[in-house]
Design a protein around this ligand. Structure first.
Ligand code: UD1
Ligand code: UDP
Length: 374
């Protein structure tokens, strides 16, 4: 018999990847009636994830507008969720991480009277401008939420230091590792057309460097520096192939295509669906990124990561030695890449380090915790 109603809300690519295994775990459980609402803060990049994980949302607010801004998007999320919350009347609303969808959905859920469950809770840089606006989004959500699923001990400690009761926090590991393990086991078996296409475009005899980037605080000069660094690396290392699936944000597309559009060792491609991205990560020697999710995943595949940011809410990976913060200065990005690619001993040491982000059972722990509450 179904006793409690869950509404799982997400809107962007990374939230979808990290919530997909939780949706599946709840749908297997008879105690809960679980529905999914997507804000579609992202459209194409969200749909790629929904397709791969076979999730058909019960509600789709279809909010994405080209070049959207934070004011309009926030307002649309809160007002768009009102009829969904009024119709379904969930007991629990699940939000993930730190996007505008996360913050807007937690406020809307609070207004509705539902209890709020925050997945990937407690990450902090303690710098409200970096990442912008994510640090404030997750802090607001952390203070509205009733239950906090912290990926690591550090995120647990951050919440405790903000006065959150320890009984409302569970350390789970990051659900991205659940998603990654499910996908890694599939990518070598499925007949994926995107992977076939990639195989025909990429020269697998070359040393592959995978790049992604999108952070708002890197827009402008940051991206210009990043692109100039990649250009220099492409010119300096003969047998390198830099593959860059470019985020669809126009503020990212423009500098990347303007500066790197015609470089010999650099391939700019459209964002990849998750299985193709995981496949490509596995084939890469090194990952250079400003993404949160990618720096959590790549070490599980034994891939060192250079993170193009000055601050991090993921100190565990820096401490474990699986990632290095290189910022967005051209010289530092180039020198760290050249050093790692030119120093096999250092590379080998880094690629063998333990990933601190979980064991692939985060979602099981969350479902069990929620069931034991009732
Ligand atoms: C958002 C999140 C960020 C998250 C990132 C993951 C906020 C404020 N930002 O940033 O925390 O790390 O997603 O990628 O919540 N676009 C498309 N198609 C898509 C997706 C985006 O065309 O499928 C374009 C649109 O023009 C859109 C723009 O990108 O307006 C910006 O999207 P938005 O979600 O506002 O910001 P992101 O930079 O993607
Ligand atoms: N990803 C993907 N296709 C791509 C690039 C990234 O599926 O072309 C996945 C990646 O594996 C990770 C997530 O998208 O799980 C990261 O998303 P993004 O970098 O947009 O956001 P962040 O994690 O920084 O919030």
């Amino acid at each position: 018999m179904k006793c409690k109603k869950n509404l799982i809300v997400f809107g962007t690519r990374p939230e979808a990847i990290k919530m997909a295994p939780l949706v599946k775990e709840f749908l297997k459980n008879d105690f809960f009636e679980t529905k999914v609402c997507v804000t579609a803060q992202h459209r194409e990049m969200l749909d790629q994830v929904l397709d791969f994980f076979g999730i058909s949302p019960d509600y789709d607010l279809n909010l994405m507008k080209p070049g959207q801004n934070l004011y309009g998007l926030t307002a649309d999320i809160i007002t768009g969720l009102q009829p969904v919350l009024e119709e379904f009347q969930p007991d629990y609303v699940y939000v993930h991480g730190d996007t505008t969808t996360t913050m807007g959905a937690s406020i809307a859920a609070f207004y509705s009277g539902a209890k709020i469950c925050h997945i990937e809770a407690g990450l902090r840089t303690f710098n409200k401008k970096s990442p912008f606006p994510e640090e404030i989004n997750r802090t607001i959500t952390g203070h509205i939420a009733d239950f906090h699923f912290a990926p690591t001990q550090t995120s647990f400690d951050n919440l405790r230091n903000e006065g959150i009761s320890k009984d409302s926090i569970l350390i789970t590991g990051n659900t991205v590792i659940d998603a990654l393990f499910e996908s890694v086991s599939k990518v070598d078996n499925i007949e994926d057309t995107e992977i076939k296409n990639l195989k025909s475009k990429i020269d697998l005899t070359k040393r592959i460097v995978l790049v992604t980037g999108h952070r708002r605080e890197n827009h402008g000069q940051g991206f210009i520096n990043i692109c100039n660094a990649l250009k220099e690396i492409g010119e300096a290392i003969d047998n390198v192939q830099i593959i860059y699936p470019v985020h669809l944000n126009p503020k990212v597309q423009k500098p990347v295509y303007d500066i790197l559009g015609n470089q010999e060792n650099i391939k700019l491609i459209t964002p990849l669906a998750y299985p193709a991205f995981v496949w490509l990560m596995n084939k890469s020697e090194l990952v250079i990124t400003d993404s949160g999710g990618v720096q959590e995943e790549a070490p599980s595949l034994g891939k060192p990561v250079l993170v193009m940011r000055d601050t991090t809410e993921r100190p565990e990976a820096v401490d474990a030695g699986t990632v290095i913060l290189v910022g967005t200065e051209k010289a530092k990005i180039v020198s760290e890449t050249m050093d790692l690619m030119g120093n096999p001993d250092r590379y080998k040491r880094m690629s063998k380090l333990h990933n601190p982000y979980g064991d692939g059972n985060a979602c099981k722990r969350i479902v069990e915790f929620m069931q034991n509450l009732n």
